[in-house]
Design a protein around this ligand. Structure first.
Ligand code: FMN
Length: 218
């Protein structure tokens, strides 16, 4: 699969099988991730790979619970008490994400401060480090797709459950789990856009401005 096809076919995968990921395949994907550009060459990142069954179950439970909280905030509450709304969102997360519990691997993209920037550049340095983690994770998502593996960038847990995640995998307080993803062979890869997004999604030509703002290709 060439790089354009892997980019095009990478989709957020939320249903996994328990088929194991061979070590050599996993290593190829991890190496590709860490070949991403890194601000100031800092490598202010690490990847934490969770394969231990008990640990990945704890991560999956946390992500599913984080998903429910995300839905509770994002979805309008219609004719329901806060408790009913919360229960509905938990049920919804359990309905769409249960195979997270059988995905054979989880990968966490971590921002690891390296102390490379002077005080005057602390803010910009932080942004560069964060961007660099995102680039590494995108490399991972695309490389995984080329290997037939599914992923989904997941951050919803972090607004709610970051400290618990730190506890589960022993992260120091200054190491930031920016994104996590299951990594596994999917039941199938989604194609196209889900109906909810189809209505509002902007086509690429409306997002490209030539020479000056407003001059889009549409
Ligand atoms: C920064 C970021 C955070 C995301 N967080 C979540 C998340 O917490 N849970 C989830 O299921 N998907 C999450 N996604 C996946 C997006 O919902 C998904 O990429 C988007 O709907 C487009 O679908 P596609 O990736 O299949 O093209 C996240 C994506 C990005 C880029």
């Amino acid at each position: 699969m060439d790089v354009f096809e892997a980019i095009r076919k990478r989709k957020a995968v939320r249903t996994y099988t328990d088929r194991p990921v061979p070590d050599d395949v996993l290593d190829r994907v991890l190496r590709a991730a860490l070949q991403a550009p890194t601000g100031s060459g800092s490598q202010a990142w690490s990847l934490l790979v969770v394969r231990d069954e008990a640990t990945r179950l704890q991560v999956a439970d946390l992500v599913i619970a984080g998903g429910a909280k995300y839905f509770a905030e994002m979805r309008p509450r219609r004719d329901a008490t806060p408790e009913e709304h919360e229960a509905e969102c938990v049920a919804y997360a359990e309905k769409i994400l249960p195979t997270y519990r059988i995905a054979p691997v989880w990968v966490m993209g971590l921002l690891v401060p390296r102390g490379n920037y002077p005080e005057t550049m602390a803010e910009g340095g932080y942004v560069d480090d964060l961007l660099s983690v995102a680039f590494a994770m995108e490399n991972l998502f695309v490389a995984a797709r080329a290997e037939g593996l599914g992923t989904v960038p997941t951050s919803a847990f972090q607004r709610f459950e970051k400290d618990r995640l730190r506890e589960i995998v022993g992260l120091p307080a200054d190491v930031d789990p920016v994104l996590v993803t299951p990594l596994g062979y999917p039941e199938s890869f989604p194609e196209g856009l889900p109906p909810a997004l189809k209505r509002s999604y902007r086509g690429w030509k409306s997002l490209v401005h030539d020479d000056s703002w407003g001059n889009t290709r549409d």
